[in-house]
Design a protein around this ligand. Structure first.
Ligand code: NAD
Length: 507
């Protein structure tokens, strides 16, 4: 039931909050407290059409705004965001649950893409060829697509939208962002910041909602392209529907990332990194490590080191206060998701795995009512178990003991997903072979969460991404622009060509 005493979290359309009362809403929770803090509007057709119409109306003006002016606005946005990122981090923590320093970390990684986008004039330069044929010059122009839709997941409410919108806007598109209904406020804070930076109304719009809003974007003729990040089944649906409707689409999906540990690896480094990559952000990262493939005989020693470290982790409300120091790990985003993660721990147990540390038994610091689930360590996880084959998206680390490098590579390569993976070793030859043979889009060598820097591109292989363009980097610029080739002849008044109906040949 909707608690009408709570604030309504409205759409941001054409540079202002919507004022009409929404017909449908969904509660937004503070996951550390387990209580609702607001009701987010869920768009109906009128609001979907209004957001797209605002973006469409803003497009001619924005795409023809000079490069110098557009660049200044992006620099200003970068400056403001850098100054005020902790305001945003606290908003993220209050709706997502991750600890504030981790929220600040995601903003920092988003800022890197904003910084990349400031360099767009260089990347937008076309080519020019003089005298391709006698008296004929050929050149290319890169132009924006129009209105682009960005649909983002709950786990990075600032960074994932920032993988896309800085570049989309810089090169002249206008945007309708549909953030996750679980943590919608970060997108609105960013929208207000754009306005303060001088972005014209209608260039950046935030449309809240569920499947109806998403389908509205996918089916609208005025939306030219869709960038999506979320779970694999929805990514596939987005890819198929948007493609069928003739839109350019990139759809990034789920993951099941493995860490392959060779016997020569530094096991203290591995244990530290397994903890960081497995339990950071409560495992709700698409690049989190969820399986450690330990090549024997290292598993027992590694488990001992990981278990010691788990015992020292502090779990609690991610917002620090005068009396409460920031913990290492916050709550799970929602009760439903917490229960789903817990069900996978049971599945692993029922399938014969050894649950060495069971996060279902956790007592969090401070708040009792939150959506808590602690770090979980599972040994001897059968590779036939759904707890191994499916994405859990929580603080659950499974250990699979393997006999050889080849067996480890085979397991990774036969999995459904191909987002990220890491190898830990001191053997350069093995690492080099791994990077060559592994069927995964992003690889870490002694690096557990290999999210590429902004000037490379982000994206997985197999069922972790649909479409052929990755996010940000040069592929991001490519995705949000299309090229025109112009063949031009300014006639020398003394030389007229005369009539020739044959296909034009160069001379
Ligand atoms: P989700 O797929 O449930 O939701 C993503 C977006 O799709 C949200 O905006 C949501 O409102 C919308 N949506 C949900 N159900 C829909 C439906 N039936 N039809 C149309 N739209 C729908 O994902 P989530 O739970 O918000 O995020 C977690 C997932 O995202 C995980 O699977 C994670 O691996 C993935 N993820 C992937 C990457 C990556 O780069 N590959 C990055 C972050 C998260």
């Amino acid at each position: 039931m909707t608690d009408t005493a709570l604030p309504t979290i409205q759409h941001w359309i054409n540079g202002a909050y919507s004022t009409a009362a929404p017909t449908r809403t969904s509660p937004v929770f503070n996951p550390a407290l387990g209580t609702a803090t607001g009701n987010v509007a869920l768009a109906d057709d009128a609001e979907i059409n209004a957001a797209i119409a605002a973006a469409k109306a803003a497009f001619p003006g924005w795409s023809n705004t000079s490069i110098a002016k557009r660049q200044n606005i992006i620099f200003k946005f970068r400056e403001l965001l850098n100054e005020r990122k902790f305001e945003l981090a606290k908003i993220i923590t209050s709706e997502h649950g991750k600890v504030v320093s981790d929220a600040a970390g995601e903003i920092q990684r988003g800022l890197e893409v904003v910084e990349l986008a400031t360099g767009f004039p260089h990347i937008m330069k076309g080519d020019f060829t003089e005298n391709a044929s006698t008296g004929v010059d050929v050149f290319s122009i890169k132009q924006a697509l129009g209105v682009v839709g960005i649909i983002s997941p709950f786990n990075f409410p600032a960074m994932v939208p920032m993988w896309f919108f800085p570049i989309a806007i810089a090169v002249g598109n206008t945007v309708v962002l549909k953030p996750s209904e679980k943590d919608p406020s970060a997108a609105l804070w960013l929208a207000e910041l754009w306005k303060e930076a001088g972005l014209p109304d209608g260039v950046f719009n935030v449309l809240h909602g569920d499947k109806q809003a998403v389908d509205g974007l996918l089916n609208h003729n005025d939306v030219a392209a869709i960038s999506f990040v979320g779970s694999t089944p929805i990514a596939q649906y987005i890819y198929e529907t948007a493609s069928k409707n003739g839109k350019r689409v990139q759809a990034l999906g789920g993951a099941k990332n493995h860490m392959l540990v060779l016997p020569d690896a530094d096991l203290d480094l591995v244990a530290d990194q397994a903890i960081n990559a497995g339990y950071g952000s409560a495992g709700e990262r698409c690049m989190a490590i969820s399986v450690v493939l330990a090549i024997e005989p290292v598993a027992d020693q590694l488990i001992e080191k990981v278990t010691e470290r788990i015992a020292k982790l502090r779990i609690g409300d991610g917002t620090p206060t005068d009396t409460h120091k920031e913990p290492d790990m916050g709550p799970i985003v929602s009760e439903v998701h917490r229960d789903k993660i817990a069900s996978y721990i049971q599945i692993a147990k029922d399938d014969g795995a050894d649950v060495l540390v069971d996060g279902r038994d956790i007592t969090a610091e401070g708040a009792d009512g939150g959506f808590w689930l602690g770090p979980t360590l599972i040994d001897n996880l059968p590779t036939t178990s759904r707890a191994y084959t499916e994405e859990i998206f929580g603080p659950v680390l499974g250990i699979v003991r393997v006999k050889s490098f080849e067996e480890g590579v085979e397991l990774i390569n036969t999995g459904q997903f191909g987002n990220g993976t890491a190898i830990f070793t001191n053997d350069g030859g093995a690492a080099r072979r791994f990077q060559n043979e592994i069927q995964v889009g992003m690889i870490g060598i002694n690096v557990p969460i290999p999210v590429p820097v902004a000037y490379y591109s982000f994206g997985g292989w197999k069922d972790s991404a649909f479409g052929d363009s990755k996010a940000y980097g040069l592929q991001g610029f490519h995705f949000y622009t299309r090229e025109k080739a112009v063949t031009s002849r300014w006639l020398d008044p003394a030389k007229h060509g005369g009539i020739n109906l044959g296909f034009p040949e160069n001379d």
